[in-house]
Design a protein around this ligand. Structure first.
Ligand code: B1M
Length: 229
C-alpha cells in the first residue's frame, strides 16, 4: 500500500493518521510497527476494545477484501496475520483483566477440521478470559476426536467451534451430531462462530448459540452459565 514508511514517526501522528498508518502497516505485514502503534494508542488513553476494533480488525478487513480480489496472496496474508497477532498480544492482558477473574466457567474452543484460521478464535478466547472464563484452546484443524477428548478431560461449561470457510463450516454439524449420539449435547451448550456463519446455519446444525463477534460471544457465554448481571 504505502512505500515511503522510512520517514514516518508513528508517535508524531495524530490519532486518525496513526490508525490509518496502522492499517497500512498491517497490510504490509509490519509487525513491529503495528505493535508500536498499538502501544502508542494505549498510551494515549485509548480503550483496548477500540484499538482492537478500529486499528486491528478494520485493518484485517481491508486485507480480506484484497485477498478476495486476488490482489494479496496467502504468504502476504500470513504476514498480515502475524502483524495483527503482534498487536493482539499487547491487548491480551488488558482484555483479560476482570473483576470476575475467579472463573466464570470452563470454555473449550477450537477451529474445526480442515480450517487453519485462528485470529477470530483467539480474539473470542481473549474476550472469554476477560469475562472470567478458563479457556482451553485446542488450536486449529480439530477433528471430532479432539473435541471429545477435551470434553472428557476438562468437563467444560461450554464448547465453542470456529470456522472461516464455507467448506469447513458443515463439519461443525458433524461434531454436534456426534455429541448428540453420545448424549453429551443435552448437557453441554455448543457455541459456533466465524465469518461465513449466521443464526440460520447455527439453528440448522442444532447449535445452542451463534456468536456473531468476540464481544457478543463473551456476553452470550456469561448468559449461558448464568453469570450475566
Ligand atoms: Co483465509 N479466507 N484462506 N486465510 N482468510 C478468508 C476466510 C476468505 C473470506 C478470504 C476471501 O476470499 N475474502 C476466504 C473464505 C471464502 C469462503 O469460504 N467463502 C478465505 C480462503 C478462501 C482461504 C484459503 C482457501 C485460501 C487459499 O489457500 N487459496 C486458505 C484456507 C486455509 C485453511 O484454513 N485450510 C486461507 C488461508 C488463510 C491464511 C492462512 C493466509 C490466513 C489465516 C491466518 C490465521 O488465521 N492464522 C487467512 C486470513 C487471515 C483470512 C482473512 C483475510 C482474515 C480472517 C481474519 O482473521 N479476520 C479472511 C477474510 C476476512 O474474513 N475478511 C480469509 C479477522 C478476525 C478478527 O475475524 O475470523 O471473522 P473473524 O472472527 C470474528 C467473528 O467471525 C467471530 O468473532 C471474531 C472476532 O469478532 N468468530 C467467532 C470467529 N470464530 C468464532 C467462534 C465463536 C464465536 C465467534 O464461538 C466459538
Amino acid at each position: 500500500m504505502s512505500d515511503s514508511e522510512d520517514d514516518i514517526i508513528l508517535k508524531d501522528l495524530n490519532d486518525a493518521d496513526l490508525v490509518a498508518q496502522m492499517h497500512d502497516d498491517l497490510y504490509d505485514g509490519m509487525a513491529d510497527e503495528v505493535k508500536e502503534g498499538t502501544q502508542i494508542l494505549l498510551g494515549r488513553g485509548w480503550d483496548a476494545n477500540n484499538v482492537l476494533a478500529e486499528a486491528l480488525v478494520e485493518g484485517m478487513r481491508i486485507v480480506g477484501i484484497d485477498f478476495r480480489d486476488g490482489i494479496l496472496f496467502v504468504p502476504e496474508v500470513l504476514q498480515c496475520a502475524g502483524a495483527m497477532k503482534g498487536g493482539m498480544e499487547l491487548l491480551r492482558p488488558i482484555l483479560a483483566e476482570s473483576e470476575n477473574a475467579a472463573s466464570t466457567g470452563k470454555y473449550v474452543i477450537g477451529t474445526v477440521k480442515g480450517d487453519i484460521h485462528d485470529i477470530g478464535k483467539n480474539l473470542v478466547g481473549m474476550m472469554l478470559e476477560g469475562a472470567g472464563f478458563e479457556v482451553i484452546d485446542l488450536g486449529i484443524n480439530n477433528p471430532v476426536e479432539n473435541y471429545l477428548e477435551a470434553i472428557d478431560k476438562h468437563q467444560p461449561s461450554i464448547l465453542g467451534m470456529s470456522a472461516l470457510l464455507t467448506t469447513t463450516m458443515p463439519y461443525m454439524g458433524v461434531v454436534i451430531e456426534e455429541l448428540d449420539k453420545r448424549g453429551i449435547l443435552k448437557e453441554l451448550p455448543v457455541m459456533v462462530g466465524g465469518a461465513p456463519l449466521n443464526q440460520e446455519f447455527a439453528d440448522a446444525i442444532n447449535a445452542h448459540t451463534y456468536g456473531r463477534d468476540a464481544a457478543m460471544s463473551a456476553e452470550l457465554a456469561k448468559t449461558i452459565v448464568g453469570k450475566n448481571r
